[in-house]
Write a protein that binds this ligand. Structure first.
Ligand code: ZN
Length: 404
């Protein structure tokens, strides 16, 4: 039945041994070229016995145009390209984009002859080039999670390289006010740009900054820092000494990073989607004067308080107007002088502290202004700690921090 089918195929289409073998790819073992050659041999023996002329392998295959003869050529091309780029990887995969007309022609043959055991052309091509490249690179093909994918356009001979993104976790401190977290009109640099530059250079890819929440331009980020992830898209290099990158960033004297480490996608997602609890230090200005008993009232009222906060007027243009419910867990403070107090506030992420102090014309309640019955404004604000829960447990660093 196979030989009869093969004969009908070859009487109608001039196929190379690869393309012939591929019609029956899921039967037996070995390469399609060997499978095709074996089928053709048996077929031609039968034809000879029947005094028919043999059907030889054509000069040019009408389906693939003899693309499989260029297997080693493509492997070498990928190899040279990787070498020239200095591409770093431990595993790879070959992909290919075959022209539509070839894929359609193949589909038509499969349908015409009801080829239930056939395999698509790109799959054979990818596998064969992959095998040749494994020898050149001395590195394995990895179908599930390769570091890099070489995507070959077999007929234009263009090769594209896609490399798996790299994720690096760290925490940053913003030591000065007046820098936005991410690029912002009118500011030359940002926390993101200061952090990303050395990463982009070291990994030779596009570095994208993801902060676990954000702070305002005029707010410093101190203490144990804010978690962030740098995602390197399409990196050429996969190895770098992270401490060296930290040193370079820290020499900016504006932003400091520490605890850098490689993480996987899942960890990145966990860190970025947690609603991190935060600790702030705020200097509050009360024009009508403030004294110990005001402070006592603030501490007592805000400790374990539930805050209803409508979207602050200052961010209404960017955020939808809704009422958030957030908790304040702990408040400490001291009077600095007759008009200033310092507050340390430990609360849910997503609570706007400037408005917790001012009350934002009654949009945040309770607020410091409301509690003492005097207009209070936040004069300076620092984020002291951003709590991170890693694998269900707080990091030891944070446990320390939050005790006090
Ligand atoms: Zn062919």
């Amino acid at each position: 039945m196979i030989i009869e089918k093969a004969e009908r195929i070859l009487e109608n289409h001039e196929l190379c041994n690869n393309c012939l073998g591929r019609c029956f790819a899921k039967l037996g073992k070995g390469k399609n070229s060997e499978r095709g050659e074996a089928i053709r041999n048996v077929l031609n023996m039968e034809r000879e016995a029947n005094k028919q002329s043999p059907i030889k392998e054509p000069q040019t295959c009408e389906l693939c145009g003899n693309i499989f003869k260029k297997r080693d050529y493509f492997a070498q091309k990928c190899y040279d390209k990787a070498l020239k780029l200095g591409l770093e990887f431990d595993s790879f995969l070959i992909g290919s984009s075959f022209p539509k007309d070839i894929l359609e022609k193949e589909r038509a043959i499969v349908e015409e002859f009801e080829l239930d055991y056939a395999e698509p052309i790109n799959r054979e091509f990818n596998r064969e080039v992959g095998k040749a490249l494994e020898l050149l690179f001395q590195k394995p093909v990895n179908k599930k999670n390769p570091d890099v994918i070489f995507i070959i356009e077999p007929y234009t001979e263009e090769i594209k390289i896609q490399s798996k993104p790299i994720y690096i976790y760290g925490r940053y401190r913003k030591l000065v006010r007046g820098i936005p977290q991410t690029p912002f009109k009118g500011y030359k640099e940002s926390v993101a740009s200061i952090i990303c530059r050395p990463f982009a250079e070291a990994f030779r890819g596009k570095a994208v900054f993801h902060g676990a929440g954000r702070e305002d331009i005029d707010v410093r980020m101190l203490g144990s820092g804010r978690p962030f992830i740098v995602e390197i898209k399409n990196p050429i290099k996969r190895k770098a000494v992270l401490e060296d990158l930290a040193k370079e960033i820290n020499s900016s004297e504006k932003v400091e990073v520490f605890g850098l480490r490689f993480v996987d996608y899942k960890t990145m997602e966990e860190i970025l989607t947690q609603n991190h609890r935060k600790e702030y230090e705020a200097v509050v200005y009360v024009e009508d004067g403030v004294e110990e008993k005001d402070l006592d009232k603030i501490v007592k009222t805000l400790t374990n308080a539930t805050i209803h906060q409508r979207t602050p007027r200052r961010v209404l243009r960017r955020r939808s107007d809704l009422t958030r419910v957030r908790k304040v867990y702990k408040v400490d403070g001291k009077v600095i002088d007759g008009k200033h107090i310092k507050l340390r506030i430990f609360c849910d992420g997503g609570l706007y502290i400037k408005e917790l102090i001012s009350g934002d014309m009654g949009r945040t309640t309770p607020s410091v202004s409301e509690i003492i019955g005097k207009r209070a404004i936040c004069e300076a604000l620092d984020v002291i700690n951003v709590e991170v829960i890693e694998n269900g447990a707080k990091s030891p660093h944070n446990k320390e921090k939050n005790k006090g």
